[in-house]
Design a protein around this ligand. Structure first.
Ligand SMILES: C[S@@+](CC[C@H](N)C(=O)[O-])C[C@H]1O[C@@H](n2cnc3c(N)ncnc32)[C@H](O)[C@@H]1O
Length: 245
C-alpha cells in the first residue's frame, strides 16, 4: 500500500529545463570520454574531444545549481521575500502564479487574522505536478486551509475589486507571459488591486527592470533587492513596489 504523503511537495520549477541541462551535460560527458582523442570533422577541421568536458561541466553544474534551488534555495528565497514586509497579521495577501503554494502557505502562516489568495493557470511546463488539487493538499499539510483560497485565473484577468490587497507577492510567474503588452496588463492589475499603502513583492529571474519601470510609471515607489547568488538559480531579483497612501 502507498504511504500517505505527509510533507508538502512544492514541485520542480520548469522540470523540462532541468532535465535537458542534465541530459545535454551527460551527452557531452560521454562524447568526451568515448570519442577518439582527435575527431576529423572536415578536411582541416578537427575536434579535440577532451575539450567537450567544458560544456559537460558547465551544463551539469547549471543542472546542480537548479536542483539546489528546488531543494533548498526556494525555501530560503520564500523566507527572504516574506521578510521584506513587516507583518501585522491581518493582511489580505495575493500570490500571483502561486503554483503549488510556496509563498501562499508562507504568507498564510504570517497572517492569523488575515487571508491569502492564490491565482494560477496551473501550467505543468512552468511547474511539475501543478494543479489546484496538489496546492490544496500542500495547504492542508501546512495547516492553513482556513485562511487561503485558490482561484484559477490568469494574472492579466484579475476579477478582484480595486484596492483589495495589502500585499501582493509573486515568484517566477510574470516572465511566463510572453508578450510585453499582456505583461503590462498584469502589472497594472497588480497595482489596481493593491490598497493605498500596500506593497508588491515581485520576484523573477528576468524582466525585473521592466516591472520596476512599469510600477514607477504607475506612481509606485520602487526598490529592488537581489536573492542569494548561490541558492537561487537562475539568480532572482525582487522588485519591491509601494503604492502611495
Ligand atoms: C515557476 S512556477 C512558480 C510557482 C510559485 N510561485 C513558486 O515560486 O513556487 C510559475 C507559475 O506561474 C504560473 N503562471 C504562468 N503564467 C501565468 C499567468 N498568466 N497567470 C497566472 N499564473 C501563471 C504557472 O502555472 C506556475 O504555477
Amino acid at each position: 500500500m502507498a504511504k500517505p504523503i505527509t510533507r508538502p511537495d512544492y514541485g520542480i520549477d520548469a522540470p523540462a529545463v532541468m532535465r535537458n541541462l542534465f541530459l545535454a551535460g551527460v551527452v557531452f560527458l560521454l562524447l568526451a570520454i568515448f570519442l577518439p582523442r582527435t575527431v576529423h570533422l572536415a578536411p582541416n577541421v578537427a575536434l579535440n574531444s577532451p575539450s567537450l568536458f567544458w560544456p559537460a561541466g558547465f551544463l551539469i553544474g547549471e543542472g546542480l545549481l537548479f536542483l539546489l534551488y528546488v531543494k533548498v534555495g526556494k525555501f530560503r528565497h520564500r523566507d527572504f521575500m516574506l521578510s521584506l514586509h513587516n507583518w501585522r497579521g491581518d493582511e489580505q495577501v495575493l500570490d500571483v502564479g502561486c503554483g503549488r503554494g510556496l509563498l501562499l502557505a508562507g504568507a498564510a502562516k504570517r497572517i492569523p487574522d488575515g487571508h491569502a489568495t492564490g491565482i494560477d493557470v496551473w501550467s505543468n511546463v512552468d511547474m511539475g505536478g501543478n494543479s489546484p488539487e496538489a496546492t490544496t493538499h500542500n495547504l492542508q499539510l501546512e495547516g492553513v486551509t482556513s485562511r487561503a483560497t485558490l482561484i484559477s485565473i490568469p494574472a492579466q484577468q484579475m476579477p478582484f475589486p480595486d484596492a483589495t490587497f495589502d500585499v501582493v507577492v509573486s515568484n517566477l510567474c510574470l516572465h511566463n507571459i510572453y508578450d510585453r503588452a499582456t505583461r503590462t496588463v498584469a502589472l497594472r492589475q497588480i497595482v489596481r488591486v493593491l490598497k493605498p499603502g500596500g506593497t508588491a513583492l515581485i520576484s523573477d529571474y528576468k524582466r525585473t527592470g521592466e516591472y520596476a519601470e512599469a510600477f514607477r510609471l504607475l506612481g509606485l515607489e520602487v526598490t529592488t533587492k537581489h536573492g542569494s547568488l548561490v541558492t537561487t538559480f537562475p539568480p532572482l531579483t525582487v522588485v519591491i513596489a509601494r503604492k502611495p497612501r
